[in-house]
Ligand binder design. Structure first.
Ligand code: FUL
Length: 631
């Protein structure tokens, strides 16, 4: 109390007057906009993929689906929104149009929409239904509008680009306040295009006129909506669809284009997306998008592969816990509701996050700082670290770029998550932090971290029990810290009902030899075979019936040789072949997961042949694993 009086008040003529306020530290580097601050406060939200593609059991619709198939019998936006809210999500984004071009709202720009479907006799508006359910569940609403449209005959012409902007205008005008306008980078390629079935390439640098014409629509009609694309302007893609930001992930970023051109969605140097750029020119934090299932759309064969609460929690730690936000993809079934496994996992994840972060075990700690800005405890003291305001902060003087906080806990506490936040209104200041624990009177390193920013959750391998910690902090400017927390991960047993298909073991079939074939059958995802003469395909001799085939692309982060299209044939004698399935491995570049091709019927033939008909690099095909499944 005495120190408090002396440091913050002056005695003048025997009376006590408040001293002059001490200037706050000047912001450092790029700082977030009001819109970005609000977004940081959200932490998690979700993205709903539900279009005719759901009914086709595909990941990317080709644009040729008959609107008649879009006929959900039990569509319930509330069931979906409720499940999202139970996970603690603060927002829900409706994929209003995916690459297949089908609009979930009755648009004036194309006839390919809900208006042409039997759902609600063509009178429905699914975007509106999602909006109402989102608001009813106290979340914010957003929309995703794919720029690539594989249905529209005009795709590639100026007319389509105008139609796209008209669609955006409709969405920005008629669905209340939106927290995001989400624009993905996959744009341009082959499609149905009104029946012409061809490949169309567009010049991504100019075609959509993002900065000149498209983003201004969002800015004008929805000033608080965060614009998402690979490169910002408000938030950036994290560079993978695993949901993980980098161990170091700066919110600051400088978009870099390719071949000396300006960065635009779909044409960006992806190298720094995951880590961000220290002292980057703009505040463009990462958004970690990741589907709750292996793919973004519902596939019955993936019912047993819904991410568990623990897997979702790991994503949470590596996204929200690295200063990014988590955007989880939810995939309703053709019926129009989420599968029970998804609902159960979401609720358990919500409970886990809630229980884990309910009690800050450092709440009643005494924090002693090595220094306080101008000794003004009242303005910059350590009590601001433990209040509930993420923008109030303790600070050092401008010339103090290293400081430490000694934290005396209220008795011994057991924890395995350490949280530190900066007041990001003053920029991302800290270079790094080092957390130590006192063992036998000595400070011993517990953990370290680089980028802190809006939030940093440091997960310890094992829980630690102690009553004394020290945090050392390093920055190029005055140091500020707004929050410190200690938490213990909450755990509860969790199981899904039902199982997927049975994977055959390698003894249950043989494969005609090809170069490095062993690597494709060793059960190790980290090894892969490279095959030059792959056009003839890969022949499997079967000893039992099979229902499907799996192709795991290489998992080393590279895409050379990854297949994007395939054909599958069967034969009784290896002479006459019948094609049973063909298709594309949609989105495999961004999300290189196991591709499971499930046949319409069990295959009883003796031989099955898998032919990659297109790869990302023409002259080679790579495969980490082949798998076969039985019922
Ligand atoms: C990607 C798309 O290609 C995927 O299909 C999915 O919509 C994902 C969220 O964005 O770029």
């Amino acid at each position: 109390m005495l120190t408090f009086l002396f440091s913050s008040l002056l005695f003048v003529n025997g009376s006590i007057l408040p001293s002059e306020p001490v200037n706050p530290p000047k912001p450092y580097g790029a700082i977030p906009s009001e819109r970005q601050l609000k977004w940081h406060e959200m932490d998690t939200y979700c993205l709903i993929h539900y279009t005719p593609t759901t009914f086709q059991n595909k990941e990317w619709g080709y644009g040729d689906a008959d609107p008649a198939i879009f006929n959900p019998t039990q569509f319930d936006a509330n069931q979906i929104a409720r499940a999202a809210a139970s996970a603690g999500f603060k927002g829900l984004i409706s994929v209003a149009k995916h690459h297949d071009g089908f609009c979930l709202w009755p648009t004036a720009t194309t006839t390919y929409s809900v208006a042409a479907s039997p759902w609600k006799q063509g009178k429905g508006d699914m975007v509106k239904d999602f909006m109402l359910a989102t608001h009813a569940n106290k979340m914010k609403f957003g929309v995703y509008l794919s720029a690539w449209d594989r249905n529209d005959m005009r795709y590639g012409t100026a007319d389509y680009a105008e139609a796209y902007r008209a669609q955006l205008t409709e969405l920005m005008s008629n669905y209340g306040e939106l927290f995001t306008s989400w624009h993905d980078g996959a744009n341009g390629g082959d499609g149905y295009y009104g029946g012409l079935k061809e490949k169309r390439t567009i010049d991504r640098n100019i075609y959509y006129a993002w900065e000149e014409k498209t983003w201004p629509i969002v800015r004008k009609l929805q000033p608080m909506a965060m614009i998402f694309s690979d490169v910002g302007p408000d938030m950036r893609w994290v560079g993978n669809e695993k949901g993980f930001a980098g161990e170091t992930s700066w919110a600051t970023f400088t978009p870099e284009g390719l071949d000396g051109k300006k960065a635009v969605p779909g044409l960006v140097n992806e190298k720094t997306l995951t880590s961000g750029v220290r002292n980057g020119k703009y505040w463009i934090p990462a958004e970690c998008d990741v589907p709750q299932r292996p793919g973004w759309f519902y596939h019955a064969e993936q019912d047993a592969q819904v991410k568990t609460p623990n897997q979702l929690f790991e994503i949470y730690l590596k996204s929200v816990g690295r200063g990014a936000n988590m955007n989880l993809g939810l995939a309703p079934m053709p019926s129009g509701q989420l599968h029970d496994n998804d609902v159960k996992s979401l609720a358990a994840f919500g409970k886990k996050v809630e229980k884990t972060f309910k009690t800050n075990l450092a709440k009643d700690a005494q924090i002693k700082a090595s220094t306080i800005r101008e000794h003004s405890i009242q303005e910059y003291g350590t009590s601001y670290i433990l209040d509930d305001d993420r923008y109030s902060y303790w600070a050092t003087n401008d010339d103090e770029h290293q400081a430490s906080l000694e934290i005396k806990l209220n008795g011994k506490q057991t924890f395995d998550i350490i949280q530190i936040r900066e007041n990001i209104k003053l920029g991302q200041r800290l270079d790094s932090v080092l957390v130590e624990q006192k063992v036998n009177g000595q400070w011993v390193t517990l953990t370290k971290a680089t980028s802190i920013g809006a939030n940093r959750l440091m997960k310890l391998e094992n829980p630690v029990t102690t009553d004394e910690l020290r945090v050392q902090l390093f920055a190029p400017v005055a140091i500020t810290v707004s929050d410190f927390g200690l938490y213990k991960e909450y755990n509860e047993a969790f199981e899904f009902e039902g199982a997927g298909f049975k994977k055959l073991n390698a003894r249950e079939f043989t494969v005609s030899a090809f170069s490095e074939s062993a690597k494709a059958l060793d059960g190790k995802s980290e090894t892969f075979a490279s095959v030059q003469a792959y056009e003839k395909g890969f022949v499997f001799e079967l000893k039992s019936d099979v229902i499907g085939l799996g192709y795991l692309p290489r998992q080393d982060g590279k895409t050379v040789g990854t297949a994007t299209r395939y054909k599958i044939y069967t034969s009784h004698n290896k002479q006459q072949w019948v094609m049973v399935k063909e298709g594309e491995f949609s989105n495999i570049k961004a999300n290189p997961i196991l591709q499971q091709i499930i046949f319409d019927d069990v295959i009883k033939a003796k031989y099955i042949k898998f032919v990659p008909t297109e790869t990302l690099t023409k002259d080679v095909f790579t495969v980490a694993e082949f798998e076969l499944y039985s019922k």
